[in-house]
Write a protein that binds this ligand. Structure first.
Ligand SMILES: Cc1ncc(COP(=O)(O)O)c(C=O)c1O
Length: 391
């Protein structure tokens, strides 16, 4: 028999995130056994709302455009980048031109081309916990070292902890607002305070500290506006994808908008080179053309808002402790027993699937993703009430 040879890193990395696979497999098994309609699957953050009709029309319209399906500049079509830049100029009052916009394979592709462009081997990237679990892998893909900094009980920046972890090797920090898994939307005040802190640190350390502002949930907000730290901090990248705003996560389309005031202006073209050498080559041609036609159009966020309100009411009535989300489609409540893995196991016995806080770097919590219909939500809430009564 042939030896199976996979890189050691792959074995290790997969072990660390094996709970994702376990949960997915368990979900499939339960659905097969009990019927999908009887399982409240709150585990996967897969946007379930269909894309707006304008987007489908744009896809159809551009499918027969002559010459668009070929290779193109690695950063994407110039006309598409110009439209995105013009839209961003209006929304954020930042002087973006087409040359500052690189079209990408979603936010995930965007994060990877930025990290490829800025990281030297062994340099550190700060991520705040609780964090989107893929960040660690993205940093390690480019031989960087993820450094986890805790946030407060209310998920605010903890400047003392940040100060302890920041040093000459810190090359970047990742800010995710609206936040997965907490649903927190950072305020103007918090983002300005962080910017000022980082400006001072850059001066003190004599080095560049970049901010990657990961904003794929920007439009999924309730009664507030999502601000971008790129409005306050020059050495910054705005990372975006249409996965959530248009409900097209499978189509893989997004961008990086690099702050025009960034210190090292070589970055703009280096991002295009990273797109090429990582093997992405360019973002999907048809998708670029389609999204450029529907800038500002989004799924009906009121549907998410209504679901959020139902869950909020249900969890409160049941006696769960939780932070009231201001955006995204997640809740990140405290587990009613300290060991959230045990709680999640009990929940799955009642056919409710949740994600453990440990996967986001914060134990004692669990994540609810409400990319499911109201009937499933009601079903899940009833069982979560029974669960808390039983502990
Ligand atoms: C915080 C965060 N960043 C990035 C991504 C990746 O987004 P995309 O699938 O659009 O590349 C996700 C996806 O869920 C996310 O939650």
């Amino acid at each position: 028999m042939l030896a199976i040879a996979v890189a050691r890193y792959m074995e290790e990395a997969e072990k660390e995130s094996s709970w994702i696979r376990r949960m997915f497999e368990q979900g499939l098994k339960l659905k097969q056994e009990y019927g999908a309609e009887n399982v409240a699957d709150f585990s996967i953050g897969n946007p379930d709302l269909e894309p707006p009709p304008e987007f489908i029309e744009a896809l159809k319209k551009h499918a027969s455009d002559k010459g668009i399906h070929r290779y193109m500049p690695n950063a994407g079509f110039v006309d598409v980048r110009a439209k995105v830049a013009a839209w961003l100029r209006k929304e954020y009052k930042i002087d973006f031109g087409y040359e500052h916009v690189t079209m990408t394979i979603g936010a995930a592709g965007a994060m990877n081309i930025v990290l490829k462009t800025i990281l030297n081997r062994g340099e550190e990237v700060i991520i705040f916990e609780p964090y989107f679990c893929e960040y660690k892998f993205y940093v390690e893909n480019h031989y960087g070292k993820p450094v986890v900094v805790k946030t407060t009980d209310n998920f605010e920046f903890d400047f003392d902890s940040l100060n302890e972890k920041i040093n000459k090797k810190t090359r970047a920090i990742i800010v995710n607002s609206p936040n997965n898994p907490t649903g927190k939307v950072y305020s103007d005040r918090e983002l300005k305070k962080l910017s000022k802190f980082l400006e001072e640190k850059q001066n003190e350390l004599g080095s560049t500290i970049y901010v990657l502002s990961d904003e794929p949930y920007r439009e999924i907000v309730f009664d507030c506006k999502s601000q971008s730290i790129t409005s306050f901090y020059n050495n910054s990248f705005m990372v975006y994808s249409w996965s959530k705003s248009l409900g097209v996560a499978g189509e893989r389309i997004g961008y990086v908008a690099t702050n025009p005031e960034i210190d090292d202006k070589r970055i703009f073209e280096k991002l295009a080179f990273s797109t090429r050498i990582l093997g992405f080559v360019n973002a999907p041609a048809l998708l670029q053309k389609a999204v450029a036609d529907v800038l500002g159009i989004k799924v009906d966020v009121n549907i998410y808002k209504k679901r959020k309100e139902i869950i909020s009411k249900g969890l409160r009535k049941a006696g769960y402790e939780f932070f009231e989300p201001q955006g995204t489609f997640y809740f990140f409540p405290k587990s009613p027993i300290p060991d959230e893995l045990e709680f999640i196991r009990k929940a799955s016995e009642k056919l409710v699937l949740l994600t453990p806080g440990i996967g986001f770097g914060r134990k004692g919590h669990f994540r609810i993703s409400y990319t499911v219909g109201e009937r499933t939500i009601e079903l899940g809430l009833e069982r979560m009430q029974e669960l808390i009564n039983g502990v």
